[in-house]
Every structure is written in C-alpha cells, then in structure tokens.
Design a protein around this ligand. Structure first.
Ligand code: ZN
Length: 209
C-alpha cells in the first residue's frame, strides 16, 4: 500500500486557525503499517544525520523532514554543543524546515527520526501539524509515542499526526548502542589512567588490564 496518504500541503498553513485543515479519513494507522522501501530510504538519511551528531560528540540521533519525495530539512541532536536542552534532532529539523518553507506549520510533511520522539518533540511536531512521524528505535526512557506515554494517541491533543515506529529499528538502535558502549569504554580507560597516575607507578596502567 502506498504510504503517501498524508494530506497535501495546506495553502492556508500560514493562518493561525485552530480548525484542523485536513480530513482524517485516509490517514495511515499508527501501528501495523507495512514498512516501505520509501520509509527505509528516508530513515537511512536520518541515520546519516545521526552520524553527524556522533562526530560532534553528541548522542547520535538524526532526523529528516520530507514533503512528498523532497527532503526539506535535516537535523541532528546537539544539545551539548548548543547549550540548549531543546536541540534535539527533531527540533533542529522542524526549525530548518520552517525556515526553508517560510511557514511555522508544516502540513503534509513527514518527519523521520532515528529515535522515538520525546514529549517535547511530540509537542513541537503537533504544533507544526506534521502529517506523519516515522521513528526507528523505541525509547523506553523518554519515548512519547507509546513507550512511556503516547502523546499522539490523545485525540484531544492531536488531530494531525499519524505515527509509525520500528523502521530500521535494529540499525537505529545499534547506532545508539555503539555510541554508549564506546563512551563506557572511554570512561573505563580514563579511570584506569587516573588510577595509574594515582599509584605513581610506571606501567600501572598496563598491569590493570
Ligand atoms: Zn526530543
């Protein structure tokens, strides 16, 4: 089945109307939707954005904002470097897309992100009227698409956004697992080195292997 059932860009998107601009029929179901090659293709781009975060020493999460088959914006997680708790990959992609399209609302757009959005990002996604969110790995600690809370299933909050999860879940999860494994390894080595210095004994670091 085609996944492009999201409503098309709303020409009245620049208004502040609280009226939902699109009909609800034809929206894909949040769960059980078949993963398409198109979804995998855009998720691979999100994974590339996650690698940009890793290269900057940030937790590797990446996002891609798509309209039709056009990539409007990408974003990567960078709260540490930006000194900004809101600098998640989704927020970066939403901001860049809003600038690119000169619109604070992004109806008809889809957001691909390698990790299940948190509550902050879920809120921003709803404010932007994103038609569909596709995420990779589930986040059992802060996931707001069902893992901890399910913001999008609340009909009082959300009339716009459908959700699909688990696209390239293993790859997206591996990117995070390898990052934290590397960080633990570096931390162990730093402790070992500090211990060697404290012992003030030549060769101590090697002997503690
Ligand atoms: Zn977030």
């Amino acid at each position: 089945m085609p996944v492009e059932t999201a409503p098309q860009a709303d020409p009245s998107g620049s208004t502040d109307s609280p009226i939902p601009p699109e009909a609800s029929e034809g929206r894909p179901e949040p769960a059980g939707e078949p993963v398409s090659e198109r979804d995998r293709r855009f998720m691979r781009l999100a994974l590339e954005a996650a690698e940009t975060a890793r290269a900057a020493g940030e937790v590797p999460v990446g996002a891609v904002l798509v309209r039709g088959d056009e990539v409007v914006a990408t974003g990567f997680n960078h709260p540490i470097g930006a000194h900004d708790p809101s600098a998640h990959a989704e927020m970066a992609a939403l901001r860049a897309a809003g600038t690119a399209l000169s619109n604070y609302r992004l109806p008809g757009c889809e957001l691909y992100v390698t990790l299940e959005p948190c509550l902050m990002c879920a809120g921003a996604i709803m404010h932007a009227r994103i038609a569909r969110v596709v995420y990779g790995a589930r986040d059992p600690k802060t996931g707001a698409c069902g893992s901890v809370v399910d913001a999008f299933s609340n009909g009082q909050l959300n009339h716009h956004t459908s959700v699909a999860g688990g696209v390239l879940e293993t790859e997206c999860g591996d990117a995070l697992r390898s990052f934290f494994a590397e960080r633990r390894r570096a931390s162990r080595e730093a402790r070992r080195a500090a211990l060697a210095v404290a012992n003030a004994e030549p060769g101590a670091a090697e002997n503690k292997q």
